[in-house]
Design a protein around this ligand. Sequence first.
Ligand code: GLV
Ligand code: GLV
Length: 318
Amino acid sequence: MTSRLPEGAPSWRGWIADHALCEPPALDGEGRFDRAAWLAELGTADALVCLLGDRVDAEVLAAAPRLRVVANYAVGYDNVDVAAATARGVVVANTPDVLTEATADFTWALLLACARRLGEGERLVRDGAWHGWTPTLLLGAELAGATLGIVGLGRIGRAVARRAAAFGMAVIAADTRGVPADVDGVRGCTLDELWARADVISLHCPLTPATRGLIDAATLGRMRPGAIVINTARGGCIDEAALADALHAGRLGGAGLDVFAAEPAIHPRLLTAPRTILAPHLGSATTRTRVAMAELCISAVRDVLAGREPANQVRVRA
Ligand code: GLV
Ligand code: GLV
């Protein structure tokens, strides 16, 4: 299958739908997604390709009695009620692997931008407020010799850890499910140790009941003064009000956030927080990765409709 991105500002929904050889779902007059119309259309659907902002819950599944497969155009699938789908015999698939390197790159883009205060510097230049080189302008943190703490040592966490070697950082990793085994220069540790020791903390865990609000006032209070927090996982893993408080109080060295609890809405105190880089959920946003994700969704739909198990079937978490 050839895949080509449309020119200009594409309708991603339509683009994915074209690639999945099905009708784009209902949009309102302004091109926004219309859930009520969507539910009505699902009555005749055999397959659903959905985005991470689409909540596929019991209501959606009940509206789609013919549905056999939900292909989520994302690796994270907290938006899909997998248990409810499984109970109805609906297969759920996601798009792992193809976005690992792109997301790890973007994590480092945020990390470097925070450590070296690139957002503030860019604004200074554009505002005409830069008056020349001085020894103390926008001093940041040096990475060599610092410790990177990775929460969730899965595919993306490991890809982020690999890049750390090039920057001379030590890497520790923790998980809500237990201490990860030491691998490839990464030392497994408890979450308590990670909060206390890491100079940079980067989240690479799925959003689950165990990880919701994992970074909150209590865990922020245990972090080193000047620690940097990076999140390319899910916004719900952080209590955003507590993070904003810590940033405004100057306790952290910065935060690089690509995901938000109620995106596209941003917590208002994060918008004004110092040393904070905010990105519009771009982790996997390279052309190659987004095309590969679409192709995985299409393959999953084709496999299930042909009676085969898809390569990336998601199952209810243990
Ligand atoms: C993006 O956030 C994804 O889960 O693929
Ligand atoms: C900075 O630009 C330097 O030359 O040290």
